[in-house]
Design a protein around this ligand. Sequence first.
Ligand SMILES: Cc1cc2nc3c(=O)[nH]c(=O)nc-3n(C[C@H](O)[C@H](O)[C@H](O)COP(=O)(O)OP(=O)(O)OC[C@H]3O[C@@H](n4cnc5c(N)ncnc54)[C@H](O)[C@@H]3O)c2cc1C
Length: 310
Amino acid sequence: MLRAILLSLAGMKGAQRLLMGTPGVRRLARRFVAGDTLDEAIDVTRALNARKLKVTLACLGEHVHNEADATRATAAYLAVLERIAATGVDSNISVKPTHLGMEVSDDLFAANLRRVLEKAKEASNFARIDMEDSPFTERTLSVYRALRDGEGFRNVGVVIQAYLYRSADDMHRLAEEGANVRLCKGAYKEPPSVAMPEKKDVDANYIRLADGYLSEPARACGAYLAAATHDDKMIAAVKESAQRHGVPKDGYEFQMLYGVRSATQDQLAADGYRMRVYVPFGSDWYGYLMRRLAERPANLWFMMRNFGRG
Ligand SMILES: Cc1cc2nc3c(=O)[nH]c(=O)nc-3n(C[C@H](O)[C@H](O)[C@H](O)COP(=O)(O)OP(=O)(O)OC[C@H]3O[C@@H](n4cnc5c(N)ncnc54)[C@H](O)[C@@H]3O)c2cc1C
């Protein structure tokens, strides 16, 4: 119920204006966001790298409704790739389809993503396409395939959400194609016709999908799994699957969000696992923060306590 309310608030402009101006909310955002600027994000990346943590940098922004804004977002990503190359930090990037223009048209998103992938290729870097809500799932996978398989960009990966009923079929096909897939549970408000409403079903599906993706047939096709979760049960299950299928620790990776379970991130890295932290930055943090609050109501109480404070 609370999750549904928070995810609805994520799309409301009035609530956005009110909450973004509230000091307690801004303070909470800073827990999950590296800062407003690329300089701050690079500083955070350096500090994470020093703890043996890899990074994926994300410029905050989504639901762009015109070509000019999508072009600006693309330019921001080109600057991120240049800075990663210039500083030598260990980071790739994550992009959102609606930030790069998918709500204007799939062609605009494809054109912008192509520019990003060309720049990433020059720097031997990699871009992951985040997955947004279900109206974009098929379109996102189509653009991904057009660029990867149609145009030969091998430096691109996608995300699959375990809560969607369709994901077993998607993972099966992506495994055959040798895709680099980030598997997450899914963060958006979805109808029960599309996504499993029960957490226990999502968890069971996550474990099933991860296991299939780490299996010998999938890996023989070149499939690579990035297991994005903060859930100890998922982490244990992924480790167990990898061991059972004989996948070495550098044959897959774990991913977590900046500001969430840092001690676990350090522990996984210390134990020799590949651990990548998703580091968002920029001033457009509202939708991102609302999804983080929906995942963990305890964060909401922190925000309420601070709501009126100056
Ligand atoms: C690297 C990364 C990339 C992602 N990319 C996408 C994407 O492209 N599309 C998409 O739909 N979703 C994405 N997600 C979000 C994901 O779908 C989940 O909503 C989110 O990860 C919470 O699920 P969980 O697996 O951590 O398990 P949960 O069952 O939600 O949480 C397990 C435990 O983790 C801790 N925890 C989880 N979330 C938080 C939080 N916000 N604050 C504090 N503690 C927390 C708590 O201890 C909780 O008990 C991404 C997540 C990660 C880690």
